[in-house]
Design a protein around this ligand. Structure first.
Ligand SMILES: *Cc1c(COP(=O)(O)O)cnc(C)c1O
Length: 440
């Protein structure tokens, strides 16, 4: 059994998180229910910051809010002193509604619309991470029209793609994101943005992947970037004040996953940057920014489901269905993501069956977990799926007109509802009735 954060087995053999009995919470708020372990989120935020502070490096830790965006999580991470990444007008709106300081918001995305860019300029965001040539000209036009200066980072594609234990070096990156370092696009983009008086070019950004377990993809990316900085120093008299190395730090969804501690990624990055800086005599160490999403909120989240029907096909498979599925966690259906789960009210019982956990949607692909070892269960039991805090609620949807679950934060024996469950009324809120006689 692999419990995360403050999760533990209570004397009543229930799963407890943040000093709260998850079964009590399930009964109070209904299921499916997302629970977040606030202490674990705070520990992660502090761990990242400490790794920079111990080395005396200027930094920003920006939470990639696409992992889970809601007013309360943004307020919590504001309290922890983090910065924030947003990738759409909707994420920016949420951040502003949470009173997150605009100067610590970074605006990302490969296809920001003119309206979204104006929204960001109106709000006074801290920087815009410029992704492509189309965006450069769009942003120039807007800045000129408004006579407004804006800080920018250039998103670069260093030709390294990292996946868990491997990284792939791709000469010419085939990616929809950023300016390629290898084919001259990055150089052309830099010249263009340096030439425009209303841009303050803070530096560069790269994000090499997600759910990464090793540090060598990051250090290799740093090496490639800094090799380029020599050329830029000579040819454009430019050296970055900020190097943003993205997110992607892995978490342990199942025992197959073997991530490092979050701060180990940061330490490896700092060491490699310091090594590279030895080759620049007269330059200041840039600020290092990172953008963790999953590693801040992923394993802090647990989804509690009620178990319903079961179907046993002798010698083939034993299906156990829960009252949610791909509507609250699409990752298994979308990319075969693996999860662990426990019977939250029978934590003491030994597994006796191999079952597969099915969702309730009208899709054969709506499966949450294949081949899970569980004790015998009935329809009065609750299933806790762990590590659902990232890309769970944020990717949740209303397929089959199923409402999104509620979200509850727990900490130190206290609970707080932070997102209400969607009702049937919510589901038809945007629907308009057919006007009579229009189509007859
Ligand atoms: C998705 C993303 C992140 C966060 O990735 P995690 O794997 O959740 O840490 C950070 N930066 C950028 C640019 C991203 O697209």
């Amino acid at each position: 059994m692999n419990l995360h954060g403050t999760a533990q087995i209570g004397e009543n053999h229930h799963l407890w998180i943040g000093g709260m009995d998850t079964i009590d919470l399930a009964k109070k708020y209904g299921t499916p229910l997302y629970l977040y372990d606030v202490a674990l989120i705070k520990n992660r935020a502090r761990g990242f910051k400490k790794a920079f502070e111990e080395k005396g490096i200027g930094y920003q830790v920006a939470y990639a809010s696409k992992a889970f965006s809601s007013i309360a999580i943004i307020q919590l991470l504001d309290q922890e002193g983090l910065s924030l990444d947003v990738v759409s007008g909707g994420e920016l709106f949420t951040a502003l509604q949470a009173d997150f300081p605009a100067e610590r918001i970074h605006f990302h995305g490969n296809n920001k619309s003119p309206e979204e860019l104006e929204f960001a300029l109106n709000a006074g965001v801290g920087c815009i991470v410029v992704d492509n040539f189309f965006e450069i000209s769009l942003l120039k036009t807007l800045c000129r029209k408004r006579n407004q200066k804006i800080k920018i980072l250039l998103r670069l594609t260093p030709g390294i793609e990292a996946h868990t234990h491997d990284y792939i070096i791709t000469g010419q990156e085939d990616s929809k994101f950023g300016f390629d370092l290898g084919n001259g696009q990055a150089d052309a983009a830099l010249k263009e943005v340096l030439d425009f008086e209303l841009f303050e070019v803070l530096g560069v950004h790269c994000h090499i992947g997600s759910q990464i377990f090793e540090t060598d993809g990051f250090t290799l990316a740093i090496e490639k970037l800094f090799n380029h900085f020599h050329t830029w120093d000579k040819e454009c008299d430019f050296f970055p004040k900020v190097v943003n190395l993205g997110g992607g730090f892995g978490i342990q969804y199942t025992s197959e996953d073997t991530p490092l501690l979050p701060e180990q990624y940061v330490t490896a990055m700092i060491d490699e940057v310091s090594r590279q800086m030895n080759l620049f005599e007269d330059k200041q160490m840039p600020e290092l920014w990172i953008e963790p999403g999953r590693s801040l909120v992923g394993d802090a989240g647990t989804t509690i489901y009620s178990i319903g029907s079961q179907k046993e096909i002798e010698g083939v498979r034993h299906y156990v269905s829960v009252d949610g599925g791909m509507t609250d966690n699409i990752r298994p259906a979308l990319y075969q993501a693996k999860y662990d789960a426990y019977v939250a009210n029978k934590m003491n019982e030994k597994p006796s069956n191999t079952v597969s956990i099915a969702g309730k949607c009208c899709e054969s692909g709506d499966m949450l977990i294949w081949d899970l070892e569980l004790p015998n269960v009935t329809d009065s039991d609750y299933l806790a799926v762990t590590c659902t805090g990232a890309y769970g609620y944020s990717m949740a949807n209303n397929y089959n007109r199923i409402g999104r679950p509620a979200v509850v934060f727990v900490e130190n024996g206290d609970e707080q509802l932070v997102v209400k469950r969607e009702t049937y009324e919510d589901l038809i809120r945007q629907d308009l009735p057919l006007k009579t006689k229009v189509f007859v």
